[in-house]
Design a protein around this ligand. Sequence first.
Ligand code: FCA
Length: 330
Amino acid sequence: MRLLKTALVAGALAVLSATTIASAYAQETKIGFIVKQPEEPWFQDEWKFADQAAKEKGFTLVKIGAEDGEKLMSAIDNLGAQGAQGFIVCTPDVKLGPGIVAKAAANNLKLMTVDDRLVSADGKPIEEVPHMGISATKIGEAVGQAIVDEMKARGWKAEEVGAIRVSYDQLPTAVDRVEGAISVLKANGFKAENIFDAPQAKTDTEAALNAATVVLNKNANIKKWVAFGLNDEAVLGAVRASEGVGIAADGIIGVGIGGADSAINEFKKPAATGFIGSVIISPKRHGYETALNMYEWVANNQEPEKLILTAGALAKRDDFEKVRAELGIE
Ligand code: FCA
């Protein structure tokens, strides 16, 4: 009897310690999510959806903003020191690629990238790091098509219109996006000399406003404008610049990429502005799914796919709520 009791107690203890170990392990899974521009609504949304994955799976998500390379490198060391097992990053500079890979390895951290893909010294993508980005060229083409459609609706002729290419050419996805838009404009009669580069120093609205203002002032003879760029902030900057030089909403057509609060707030304004649409991309896929994939990699040794490119859907003032709901990002 006593023997039996002892055996039962020992068995119960074994079960207990096994579950304790399992739950302690689950609690200890720690994943970093580093973004280059934490104040941008897109990245806020990515974090929000990554948090959802953390809640569902019971891991700790460490959100860090890193606006430059120095901050990024110390953030990675910090994650290592905290005992994290992996992180997802949208880097402030894709050329830091080899340094990021080395830093992650030195800290024994699994590494995935989101939005902006790392490049090596020769400028080629670092293919061994799992990446989720947007299908940049296609999304750019959707922007170009939306612009062309609106030009037709307004009865504009390509030869009387100037195009502002708000550019950030050190970032390959930014080049693909604007070049996608340009290919459609050209296919619809736009001449190369009517497309003006407005290089922004940073990927925010203020930098785009400054860059676009220069183009508008230099070409004051042109009265009708279209604008496109890397994201909603870039295009909003161009639209604000046009307002600044006295062009009315019916004199400019801007179409962005993103569809987060920057675009939504614009669509909600009582009067329509020149920002007529945005190709909405999915922060849910880029936040929730990447976080989940990293968790599966850390906890269950399930390696993520090396490359996933997500799609976008055009939304305008009158249908953005519907498009967001269809994408499951409400
Ligand atoms: C880049 C841009 C962001 C967002 C993301 C998907 O990181 O800077 O605004 O468009 O790609």
